[in-house]
Design a protein around this ligand. Structure first.
Ligand code: AMP
Length: 282
């Protein structure tokens, strides 16, 4: 596996690959890799001649300094995991390499997608995401780029970014990879105390029950039910639960038959903020 820290050298490598008419799959990450990340890389390997992964903890998408400072970094283990799935190249730039001295976001208009859910609770988050993903796509110039449905709102926003900026790449969404007990895999899970780690599968269990209820109840009733479940929970704290239209990400109160809906949740397990979502059937 080739390791790059400089964009100029990575660009040179990519243009050599492209000269051979080979396709490039790209998986951007913030590192502390787990099986969820590897599932994206394996999918990219199947569909492309080579796969590039980036590892970059992007400062401009963090609204909480402590979350940024404590974000897990496990570079040596990440490289081993990448070798184990035959990743061809990894790009690990410094903050200076990406931002130089100006560590700020561009401002984006994602047609309102950015104002829903995570956008309401994480100030400037999607401007930061848009800034780094656009920069990385311009450096790597992949044929296809892979993003997890774990961050479903981010996935929809990146599709919008590509459409609005006419970037020449196909965005592929990948299903959520879970622990055996249902907890969605996340780099932040390693920061959970034993007590919170044991409690955390309650999030997915509640989403599954909400999905069942959505078959017979209106969205606002299901939302009320979920909010009550968390009020009764001894340690987990609900930040939001909402049922939204998959395309517009706008909250719905009752279902419309031809549209796809998804339930979204953010929960505090102590200091650690966990998000998850589940597709609903009409
Ligand atoms: P992150 O390193 O958390 O920024 O994630 C990098 C990419 O991996 C994003 O596209 C995430 O949505 C995706 N990802 C993270 N966790 C999972 C998971 N449990 N299942 C599927 N994709 C995931």
């Amino acid at each position: 596996m080739q390791v790059f820290t400089k964009k100029s050298l990575l660009k040179e490598y990519i243009s050599q690959i492209k000269e051979q008419s080979k396709s490039v799959g790209f998986v951007p990450t913030m590192g502390a890799l787990h099986q969820g990340h590897l599932s994206l890389i394996k999918k990219a390997k199947k569909k492309n001649d080579i796969v590039v992964v980036s590892i970059f903890v992007n400062p401009t998408q963090f609204d909480n300094k402590e979350d940024l400072d404590k974000y897990p970094i496990t570079l040596e283990n990440d490289k081993k995991l990448l070798e184990s799935v035959d990743c061809d190249a990894v790009f690990i730039p410094s903050v200076k390499e990406i931002y130089d001295k100006n560590i700020v976001s561009e401002k984006f208009d994602f047609d309102g997608l950015e104002h829903q859910m995570e956008g309401k609770f994480r100030d400037g988050h999607f401007d930061g995401v848009g800034t780094i993903v656009k920069a990385l796509l311009e450096i790597v110039m992949p044929t296809k780029a892979y993003f997890g449905e774990k961050d479903f709102q981010q996935l929809q926003i990146i599709k919008k970014l590509v459409e609005k900026h006419q970037l020449n790449v196909t965005i592929k969404g990948c299903p959520i990879f879970r622990e055996e007990d249902g907890l969605a895999m996340s780099s932040r899970n390693t920061r959970l105390t034993n007590e919170y780690r044991k409690a955390a599968p309650f999030i997915h269990k509640t989403l599954k029950k909400a999905k069942k209820k959505f078959g017979i109840k209106d969205a606002d009733k299901v939302t009320e039910w979920v909010e009550n479940q968390f009020k009764k929970h001894p340690i987990l704290e609900l930040e939001y639960f909402t049922i939204a239209n998959e395309k517009t990400l706008e909250t719905i109160t009752s279902k419309k038959n031809k549209e796809k809906h998804r339930a979204f949740i953010a929960v505090f397990a102590g200091e650690i903020r966990l998000i998850d979502n589940i597709q609903l059937k009409n």
